[in-house]
Design a protein around this ligand. Structure first.
Ligand SMILES: [Zn+2]
Length: 283
């Protein structure tokens, strides 16, 4: 069997993985051991931002590439869960962010995409929970080889263009090592395996800026600047319409909601929430 597509880790990623392993082994092993036998599906780990900052590689990754920070952290957490035979899925929830991350909705721009921000909001509306496929597993109908493709929310589902295994076999039959000019891979013949694919529960939210004073009193709600966002997994069901909360998350750029055709190129900012905190006195 040909090797699966191996992900080459660059030295920076390896350093981040090492730092994550250190953080988890120094602070979370006991928690993980206690989860053994827990029938739950998801476990959210609240990790204080100042703990993240104690590990230089993690502090930098959280700031510069929060998506990679979370992906690699989940990878390390899953390793530990497997090792301790915990069947739940770990989710990292960084809380208590440094004040430097605090922003107001009206200051957010396209250039903030993929950055971490912390905003105080009033929840205007929240959708019923629904599931979407985060990773779709496709099975080749000719050779049964499985191909996993990461999916993006609110986009058309992507499927593989061809089967690597079938293509490799074809080339072998033709006695060719590399992809020769003019030889095309066999036409794709895939079926999605819903059993092996990964799903995530989410809720869409609409929110606006809320301003509090140092005593924690609500001073102002700005209804003009509305923003959308999404909460997932264990945060589903946590928010209610009308409440004020601090949301920490990553700014994403998404297709315009309620678009009538997929070629609509309009984009809006959306907050991919990674943690929710009560509002305390703040200036
Ligand atoms: Zn195949």
């Amino acid at each position: 069997m040909p090797p699966k597509h191996e992900i080459d880790l660059d030295p920076e990623e390896q350093a981040i993985l090492r730092a994550w392993r250190l953080l988890v082994s120094e602070h979370y092993l006991e928690d993980i051991q206690h989860l053994q036998g827990n029938p739950g599906i998801i476990h959210g780990f609240e990790i204080a931002h100042r703990l993240v900052c104690e590990y230089e590689e993690l502090r930098v990754a959280f700031h510069l590439n929060p998506t990679r920070f979370h992906d690699l952290g989940h990878q390390v957490m899953r390793e530990q869960f497997d090792e301790h035979m915990v069947r739940m899925r770990p989710v990292i929830r960084v809380v208590d962010l440094d004040a430097d991350y605090r922003r107001r909705i009206d200051t957010l721009r396209m250039r903030d995409r993929n950055r971490v921000v912390s905003i105080t909001v009033k929840i205007n509306d929240i959708s019923p929970p629904y599931g979407w496929v985060t990773e779709a597993v496709y099975e080749c109908k000719r050779c049964n080889e499985q191909t996993t493709l990461k999916q993006r929310r609110a986009r058309e589902r992507e499927s593989p263009s061809h089967c690597e295994t079938c293509f490799a076999r074809l080339l072998k039959r033709l006695d060719m090592e590399d992809e020769p000019f003019g030889v095309r891979p066999p036409r794709p013949n895939f079926v999605m395996s819903s059993e092996h694919s990964n799903y995530e529960d989410v809720q869409d939210i609409r929110m606006c800026q809320a301003v509090f004073n140092e005593k924690g009193e609500l001073v102002h709600v700005s209804d003009e600047e509305e923003m959308v966002g999404v909460v997932s997994d264990d945060l589903v069901g946590e928010l209610e319409k009308g409440v004020c909360v601090r949301l920490n998350g990553i700014v994403r750029v998404e297709p315009f909601p309620n678009r009538t055709f997929s070629k609509d190129t309009r984009r809006i900012l959306s907050l991919q929430v990674f943690s929710v905190e009560p509002v305390e006195g703040e200036a």
